[in-house]
Write a protein that binds this ligand. Structure first.
Ligand SMILES: Nc1ncnc2c1ncn2[C@@H]1O[C@H](COP(=O)(O)OP(=O)(O)OP(=O)(O)O)[C@@H](O)[C@H]1O
Length: 480
């Protein structure tokens, strides 16, 4: 047998027996040793900590008695002695801790068990993590099933086309809050479907029999906005009708009011809107008595309201009042599954209307799928309608598509090689093209990253960097 004695004598100035005690006593796992007849010989500190059983209770006792007296439910040592082989079992102790017990018998030359060494490993934390993981998996399964059911229901009952997981998530949230009266703030680029989502909220609410009133806050002239929203009393101003007129908040009573482009609401009107939200009442222009209104408010904007709050063009109190349930509708380019489904949907609608049988060829479909769609669904719908109407053949080819769609990706990458463009833009552009090509081909980050010779976290980091870069340069363009 291997002996540690020479090394102990060489390196440590203690007796080998003391060395053994130190090792046993300070082992992180519990150690428990019996003789061949299951009489307890040694217990370390970790064993006491894990099991809650003290040396005074356990030492110099026989395991059979300890089991009979209920100190422990079963004994690994006894089993190991009986089977003459290593036994593993899991046990929960009075401390509430769960442990993995491994009892190993040590035999002499004649095959008799002389001692049994038992290791006791605390697996409470491990078990908890495993339980948590299992619970998360069960939740994920439940969520997927609900999302599927939701999708089915949606496809059956509305004109909303939703295939992409990102958008299913959005609808899932929307459906959950639809039945409440919480104010919802929908954000997202222009043409992504914010209004469609607001209607979805209304149609799925208990207010669906009431009115859905859309107000485009950016389209009403500033001097008319108050009377449009809150109405006016007869003779309130020159030209006002004598009987007065109800405003949109009055008409929306019992229903939903959709405040589109809320970021365009003039500052002085913001405080009046805040009053409606806080107190559920408003006063007509020229009126004295406040009127109560029971409405659900859904607001939308493509602008960065937080930034507007910081630069004091949008009231902070109103922002928080509106932003109770924020829902971000992702741009079309981040919902690749939706692109194809929407193309099919818009195409089908025209084919049905005109009894045509047109369809997109593979290359044309690829080009549409790869395009950046800055105008989102509105632009996509427009392009499909135009292209289908204009194409001479039943199969729509790349030649039938607007030039910008066919050449956008290729031209951009070529431009980086032929023109002098800022290096950062060129690097981002080429990386973007490669990342999206690889992702499309492999359908997941891991596969795409592997094909590009980078690891998955680098892939994700690069993609985030590209998105940030695009968002910043879009923002700069918009503010120019
Ligand atoms: N999921 C969808 N399925 C089918 N059509 C959709 C979907 N989302 C949007 N659309 C259509 O796309 C067009 C633009 O949608 P919508 O007006 O809701 O966008 P928006 O984000 O409110 O735009 P804006 O910011 O300009 O107000 C509409 O014609 C709408 O019907």
């Amino acid at each position: 047998m291997y002996s540690v004695r020479p090394l102990i004598e060489k390196y440590i100035n203690i007796e080998p027996e003391a060395y053994l005690d130190i090792v046993i006593e300070h082992s992180y796992d519990g150690i428990f040793i019996t003789d061949g007849d299951a009489n307890t010989l040694t217990i370390n500190e970790a064993y006491e900590r894990i099991t809650g059983l003290s040396r005074s209770e356990m030492l110099n006792r026989n395991m059979r008695d300890l089991v009979a007296e209920g100190y422990i439910s079963e004994s690994g040592s006894l089993k190991a002695i009986e089977a003459k082989q290593t036994i593993s079992l899991s046990q929960t102790f009075r401390t509430g801790k769960k442990a993995l017990i491994t009892s190993k018998p040590v035999m002499n030359e004649t095959g008799d068990v002389i001692v049994v060494i038992t290791n006791v490993r605390d697996i409470t934390e491990l078990t908890e993590v495993k339980d948590r993981l299992e619970m998360q998996e069960r939740l994920a399964e439940k969520y997927l099933a609900e999302a599927d059911a939701l999708k089915k229901q949606l496809l059956d009952t509305s004109d909303l086309i939703v295939e992409d997981k990102k958008m299913i998530d959005v609808l899932y949230t929307a459906q959950k809050v639809a039945m409440t009266d919480f104010t919802v703030m929908i954000t997202g680029e222009s043409g992504v479907g914010k209004e469609v989502l607001a209607k979805f909220l209304h149609n799925n609410s208990h207010r669906s029999d009431g009115n859905f009133i859309k107000v485009n806050c950016g389209a009403i002239p500033e001097n008319l906005i108050e009377s449009e929203l809150f109405g006016y009393e007869g003779g309130a101003f020159t030209g006002a009708s004598t009987g007065g007129k109800p405003g949109l908040f009055e008409i929306a009573h019992g229903g939903t009011i959709f405040l589109d482009e809320i970021g365009e609401l003039p500052y002085n009107m913001q405080v009046k809107l805040l009053r409606v939200l806080q107190e559920g009442e408003f006063t007509r222009v020229g009126g004295v008595l406040p009127k109560k209104t029971d409405i659900r408010v859904v607001a939308a904007t493509h602008r960065n309201l937080e930034q507007m709050v910081q630069s004091h063009v949008f009231r902070e109190d109103l922002y928080y009042r509106l932003n109770v349930i924020p829902i971000l509708v992702p741009p079309l380019r981040e919902r690749p599954e939706d692109i194809l489904a929407l193309i099919r949907y818009f195409l089908e609608a025209i084919n049905t209307k005109y009894h045509w049988q047109k369809r997109f060829g593979r290359d044309a479909l690829d080009a549409m799928h790869d395009y950046y769609w800055p105008g989102n669904i509105r632009e996509l719908k427009n392009v499909v309608e135009r292209v289908v109407a204009m194409s001479r053949d039943d199969v729509i080819a790349c030649d039938d598509l607007p030039n910008k769609i066919v050449t956008a990706n290729r031209e951009n990458v070529m431009r980086y090689l032929t023109d002098i463009v800022p290096l950062e833009e060129a690097v981002i552009g080429v990386e973007e093209a490669l990342l999206s090509k690889a992702f499309e081909k492999y359908g997941n980050v891991r596969g795409a990253a592997k094909a590009l010779g980078i690891d998955a976290s680098t892939f994700v980091r690069k993609r985030q960097r590209i998105q940030k870069y695009r968002a910043t340069s879009e923002g700069e363009k918009a503010s120019r």
